[in-house]
Design a protein around this ligand. Sequence first.
Ligand code: NAD
Ligand code: ZN
Length: 257
Amino acid sequence: MEENVGLFSRELLNRLAGARRVAVLTGAGISAESGIATFRDPGGIWERFKPEELANIDAFLENPALVQAWYSHRRHIVHSAEPNAGHLALRALESLIPDFVVITQNVDGLHQRAGNRNVIELHGNINRSYCISCNRYATEEVLSTGEEVARCPHCGGLIRPDVVWFGEALPEGAFARAETAARRTDVFLSIGTSAVVYPAADLPLLARHEGAYVAEVNVQPSAIAPLIDESVLGKAGLVLPELIETVRILRNENRPA
Ligand code: NAD
Ligand code: ZN
């Protein structure tokens, strides 16, 4: 009984129309249409470096000025970017679903800027920085003093971005909250993630194991595509507004008069 309505299966639409709980996992793909999909924009001085070479504690201790400059460049890209139609559709979905959570691997803060209130950041946020010696958060001013290396005004320690680097553990509590949400949810949507970075990629599979309907939105099938219920192929900024608008209409029709 493979009935489709446009890009979506009837099953996905019905599940979303009746859902009390929805959990969404997002990756770099949802920010692609805001212009910050990749670590680097082509042609810049950062072409010479691989993200893996800069986004780790050893690189930072070896050359803090270089790593700080790279993050300052990335913060600049994030600050100039705006939430796109995909982010805004998830904000609209939050207003339809009683219990809604966005679990994100992104560090750009665009879900919060779109207006989503329940966001779990698995990899931190590039807009925050802290001192590696005393753990105090650093203000914007500390990062832009013009000194070659940004240091803590309290103890002189090095200032790093509050993001999860290669080889580091996820922020305490964040993954546990994401797991709880995945276990409980009625529908799980995996959006713009290649689903190869663990443990985040376990979340859709956990949700499915616990009985949720699991769909992904991606321009191509991800690594977990064979293990989930449905892959909707297309750009998040095009697919999500259409999905959420259809669900909104169905939920209105279902509402008792
Ligand atoms: P990824 O780069 O591994 O995968 C991105 C996925 O998005 C791919 O599967 C791709 O097919 C898909 N995609 C590309 N454009 C899309 C679009 N318009 N609509 C829908 N899907 C689209 O990213 P990941 O899975 O998030 O993992 C990479 C890691 O890099 C993460 O840990 C993340 O923290 C980090 N990162 C974050 C940002 C950010 O904050 N915006 C940017 C780059 C990297
Ligand atoms: Zn300090």
